[in-house]
Design a protein around this ligand. Structure first.
Ligand SMILES: NC(=O)c1ccc[n+]([C@@H]2O[C@H](COP(=O)([O-])OP(=O)(O)OC[C@H]3O[C@@H](n4cnc5c(N)ncnc54)[C@H](O)[C@@H]3O)[C@@H](O)[C@H]2O)c1
Length: 365
């Protein structure tokens, strides 16, 4: 395709807070602009100081800054990046989709399952494309694990375990009074990884959640999740945003996949294949497959946004985190909240249907 068939996407950033500034304005948008894939056309941010910081970092004039999306739509964006807190996503998606903009939406998609389904319908009826930034699963070390699983290096996987925990109290902000803040915003990445590595659609979830008495989080910022997928693979996630020790923090999670031939273990960004049974002469039980230790840059967002640009320009037929692929994750997330509320296991398909899901499709990740 020639450049004229693929003009750079006019891109509007909505929300210039911690993530909007540090990930999009400071790094990913300038890199993709330099590659000729997009042109930043404006920043929407109600906070004047953050708005001017966003404009400055992107090298845009004051006239490209807006406090509301309605005003900003006169910049005629092709693509809107939704980087506000998740409880504002639906209103922004509706307005931008109605204006014909494609949507690259920060995780989690929205603040209720009904709202997620409404966004899906809005996007479909507007005829635009939308994907969610599940960047965690697309970091380089996570893609290495997914690739090793795809190549069958564990054999047939029957169980996975994930641990992700660090102290997030200083960044609690609007999260401080939410019921399950870790699972909703940090843990959702780990859920996304484990369910994708397991394959299938989530059948049943039990969520044990607890609160730390001295924490700034008034809800339960620690979660233990056990999940059974409809293909029989089971997994457990242990995660927390409180506590004194950063054990298995962001990017240095512990994820283990147990298969009938070997276990694959990702820990501290090192990927190991581990097999003690019948070791071959001269080989170690534990083999290092990949070492990405020390990588701290967020490549996941750039990877997914690049693929999104390919998708909206017709270079690919699908996107790995399109709404279709993301909704099974949302079904599971909200079923997990209900499980902790009710203190009992929840059938995810029934839960989704009771909340208006038309046809819970299988996860094809
Ligand atoms: N993919 C990732 O790894 C990752 C990492 C961090 C945050 N996030 C997600 O990014 C989103 C934002 O998180 P954050 O930590 O940057 O929050 P934040 O509070 O630091 O920033 C949010 C910004 O949105 C602005 N805002 C609120 N309503 C708005 C509106 N209607 N229009 C425009 N701007 C509006 C706020 O003024 C604020 O500056 C959340 O959904 C979060 O889960 C994703």
């Amino acid at each position: 395709m020639t450049g004229s068939e693929n003009p750079p996407a006019r891109t509007l950033l909505v929300g210039a807070g911690a993530h909007g500034l540090s990930t999009y304005a400071a790094r990913v948008l300038p890199r993709l602009a330099a590659a000729g894939r997009l042109v930043p056309v404006g920043v929407v941010e109600p906070d004047p100081a953050r708005r001017s910081q966003g404009l400055q970092v992107l090298g845009l004039p004051d006239s490209a800054g807006f406090s509301t999306l309605s005003d900003a739509l006169r910049t005629r964006p092709d693509l809107v990046i939704v980087a506000t807190p998740y409880f504002h996503h639906e209103a922004i998606c509706s307005e931008a989709a109605a204006a014909g903009c494609h949507l690259f939406i920060e995780k989690p998609l929205s603040d209720s399952l009904e709202s997620c389904y409404r966004i899906e319908q809005t996007v479909a009826s507007a005829g635009v494309k939308a994907a969610v930034n599940m960047s965690g699963r697309f970091e380089i070390e996570k893609r290495a694990l997914a690739d090793a699983l795809r190549r069958g290096l564990a054999g047939r996987v029957e169980y996975l375990f994930g641990r992700m925990r660090w102290n997030h109290e200083q960044r609690a902000k609007y999260r401080a009074d939410k019921p399950y803040p870790f699972l909703n915003e940090g843990g959702v990445h780990a859920i996304d990884m484990l369910r994708a590595y397991a394959g299938g659609y989530p059948a049943r979830v039990y969520h044990l959640a607890y609160r730390s008495a001295s924490s700034v989080f008034t809800g339960c910022a620690s979660s233990v999740l056990s999940v059974e997928m409809d293909n029989g693979v089971c997994w457990v996630l242990e995660g927390s945003w409180t506590g004194a020790a950063d054990i298995s923090p962001w990017r240095r999670e512990y994820i283990r996949a147990d298969g009938d031939e070997a276990s694959l273990l990702l820990e501290d960004q090192k990927l190991w294949r581990w097999r003690d049974r019948e070791p071959q002469a001269g080989t170690e039980a534990r083999q290092l497959l990949a070492d990405h230790s020390g990588q701290s840059q967020d490549h996941g967002t750039e990877y997914l946004l690049t693929r999104f640009l390919d998708w909206i320009r017709g270079r690919t037929n699908d996107h790995p985190t399109s709404l279709e692929h993301n909704l099974p994750l949302m079904d599971l997330l909200f079923a997990a909240f209900a499980s902790a509320d009710q203190k009992q296991a929840v059938d995810v398909r029934e839960f989704a249907a009771a909340h208006g899901r038309q046809s819970p499709s299988n996860n094809r990740d």
